[in-house]
Design a protein. Sequence first.
Length: 555
Amino acid sequence: MPPTDHTAGVRDVQPQHAIAARTPNVRPWLALLSMMFGLFMVLMDVTIVNVALNEIQTRLQTDLTTVSWVLNAYNLGFAVLLVTMGRLADLFGRKRMFLFGMIMFSLGSLLCGLAPNIGFLIAARALQSIGAAAINPISLAIITHIFPPQIRGRAIGIWGAAIGAAAAAGPLLGGILVEMLNWRWIFFVNLPFCVAGIIMVLLFVPESRDQEASRRVDIPGVVVLTASLFCLVLAIIQGSEWGLTSLPILGLLIAFAVGLIAFVLIEKRQAEPIVRFSLFKIRSFAITNVNMFLANLAAQGAFLLLVLFYTKALGFDPMHAALFTIGLPLAELIAASLSNTLGRLIGPARTAALGMALISIGMLLLLLLPSNPTAFEAVWHAAVIGAGVGLAFSSFSNLSLMDVPPTQLGMGSGIYNTFMQVGATMGVTILISLFTLQSHVNIAQAQQQVNTAIQAESRLPQPSRTEIVQLVNEQTTHGDQTVITNWQLDTKALAQKQTSSEAKAAIDAAQQTITQTFKDALVSAFKNVWVIASIIGLVNVALILLNRSGKKVLR
């Protein structure tokens, strides 16, 4: 039957020897389920730690800068090693390297939970990241290899949905575990799932590798690529803290550029390079990597800010904030399950474009969210974004490997996941930096408005006005500006100094003025960032529609 433009998925380009390499009795859906255990825990660990940082900082008696490396160590190792792990899987066996990743991640999780101090915890998180870097790209390569063309798109859609759902579920599960138990359980919770995953992978996942390649590892390429990506990701992570124009950041970026040039020169001379640059001549692969980078640049930072919006600007506790965002992973799972069907009707590229458009529309709808939203309002706003993520990310996963030779699936998947992870890391850094900059400006303006309003409050005697203004100035100058909306005047102490009921009422009015003015200032800062993220998403829509290879279909 000739192909049509209405069928989505991954075109079957596998040569006869690769098809024959599939074990006849392989049960692909059981294999997919087996890998989901590890994949879900790996991606959830990117975000689950966020809600536990305050308790970790307190319990391990460290400072905010140091505890932030509990996040950074994981993200850094994860992003840097994806390509290397993907290529090693092609050479030495995808199942073997996936199991290696599961074991390393499990060991790292155990050590994280047992960590006696912050240094030990950071080192254990780095160990976790090595396993994570193996699990993520290799799972996609295995799925592409074992699923027949007619159902491969659906399987990859589930894979893409699991990634987004895991990242979205992290804060919710983390909040529950920290509140009911303690921070160590956000790591211990991985262990039973990892053990179950290891057993199921051993039973149900077949082995596969690049049969045409020797097992000779491109050591120079591995070293130079790892060092170069390390410099890039470290510069992204530390850019807001050290300053984008600071000497260390500029030095890291220069080192990355020099390393990248050296890497290209090295790889051109290697018989078995870790990256075959011929892959970037494949239009579907090259453009989809850029699409995935921009998608994560917009989506991941905006999602993290959505959680912070509910906790910092609107004053909800972490549990309620997580529940308010539950619409995102739920809608994502539903949309991802429908993405392959929709792709068969309109094509995978148009499905991805529709998804990115929904992400942008969802972010713009957040501008209309009231300052005291109901649970329904919060959930459906998040659900619009989630539906977009489910459609777009599942389609990207399909498009990225549709024309990649089967012998290079691990390499291609590693490159794709690197673009995805670097985009996420850069998006979080850039959008949070923009939010921080805008919030400082808005808080300063709010401080002036509050001071003017307090000084104009004639019901209060001048000494009380001066005292309140001084307290506000101290909080905004020396306190954490992101919690200013939850800061309360000591109204009881101030009221005791007043003799009239009118003055006491004025103190209550002052508290309301302070809270509402600073809340409006922070909400405005969040909304400015969502506008920027939505613009990035709309630019990506245009780029997706230029990818005419997205019309290629199953045969």
